[in-house]
Design a binder for this molecule. Structure first.
Ligand code: 48N
Length: 330
């Protein structure tokens, strides 16, 4: 095997050549001039100065350590969470926003199976980009500062829907606000593949946490064995995993399979006027330690679906947060 190249040192710092050591061992130092300057640059200063443009020198292991150090510190910190939200769709994110804002002292973990959080809220309906929210859900848009327009008077005296120009504007705004709360950690590309339970001594159970795995691992339990999961303990779970589908309605289907709830009502046909009210009003703790909101609830209660209107998702999140605070404050 050929000897390592001069700048390909072994991992022990002692053998890192001095030229590299200055950056490899002492991260965060500003002694390394970048573009001849050691003070932070502005993008205006970069323009036109491309000739001597240069990134600060790095050693690949610094990047690896910076990522893994933080990720595993978060896994350690949130191994005991106060609240776990399963599913970062419009309902889960609205729940997280309201909870994190109301209780900055609570550790809130969000587990999202997808690489990209947001669930079905990146589009408004049939791949159209505009998103509809019916009054009074525009209150949540104002809370977030998301611009929207009123669809104007309608001869049928139907209260005009509020239209967000891009569904992605709503979802990216609520997502960015949620992720800026210091007491929230999003674990995306991570699936909840079971629930932690405790018996209540009366033949029932209390949900006491979640069982997780990388989503790609969860998808391959049928063709790979012994890929055991990880766990997060929490006294309260809010499940917003959407209506039935490859991953959807996860918690309620699991509660039926462990006979913690008798059966599922199954989501009914589309009826906008009844569906949205039912989901908001029905958002509740369906089993000790587990609150269900959003479209997952339609599978429990046999509620109608509402189709391409998202006000119930946002307001179900508001109610789920309120239900959680009731339980948490008990
Ligand atoms: O957007 P969804 O699917 O769910 P909600 O309830 O937040 O919003 C529902 C809404 O998008 C609609 O379905 C609209 C209103 N249409 C209604 C209709 O009539 O058609 O988000 C659920 C999220 C997704 O991001 C999933 O990836 C995630 O939950 N998820 C999970 N994450 C972790 N572990 C799991 N087991 C899991 N299952 C789903």
């Amino acid at each position: 095997m050929s000897p390592p190249m001069m700048d390909e040192p072994t991992t022990s710092p002692a053998t890192i050549p001095a030229a590299v050591a200055k950056t490899a061992i002492m991260p965060n130092t500003t002694t390394v001039p970048v573009n001849g300057q050691t003070k932070p640059q502005t993008i205006e200063e970069m323009a036109g100065a491309w000739k001597d443009f240069q990134f600060a020198p790095i050693r690949e292991s610094q990047v690896s350590r910076a990522m893994t150090k933080r990720y595993f510190a978060d896994l350690d910190k949130y191994a005991e969470s106060d609240i776990v939200i399963i599913g970062a769709g419009s309902c889960g994110l609205s729940t997280a926003y309201c909870l994190a804002k109301a209780r900055p002292d609570l550790k809130i973990a969000i587990i999202e199976a997808g690489v990209a959080p947001g669930g079905g809220a990146w589009l408004g309906g049939q791949l159209f980009s505009a998103m509809i929210m019916r009054k009074p859900a525009d209150a949540f848009l104002r809370e977030l500062g998301v611009e929207y327009e009123d669809d104007g008077p309608d001869a049928n005296f139907v209260v005009p829907p509020q239209i967000v120009k891009h569904a992605a504007l709503f979802t990216s705004t609520v997502l960015s606000k949620v992720l800026q709360f210091p007491n929230v950690k999003l674990f995306n590309a991570t699936a909840v593949e079971d629930l932690i339970t405790r018996t209540d001594g009366k033949g029932g159970i209390r949900v006491a946490g979640v069982v997780t795995n990388w989503t790609l691992v969860t998808m391959h339990h049928d063709d790979q064995s012994c890929m055991d999961p990880n766990t997060i303990n929490a006294p309260l779970i809010v499940s917003t995993t959407g209506h039935d589908g490859p991953f959807g309605a996860f918690s309620v289907k699991r509660l039926v399979s462990m006979q913690a709830i008798p059966s599922l009502g199954g989501m009914r046909g589309l009826d906008m006027n009844t569906a949205e009210d039912a989901i908001v009003k029905g958002t509740r703790e369906i089993c000790p330690g587990l609150i269900v909101g959003g479209m997952e609830l339609s599978e429990v209660d046999g509620a109608n679906r509402m189709g391409p209107t998202f006000g119930a998702m946002a307001i179900s999140g508001v109610k789920a947060a309120e239900e959680a605070l009731k339980v948490f404050d008990q």
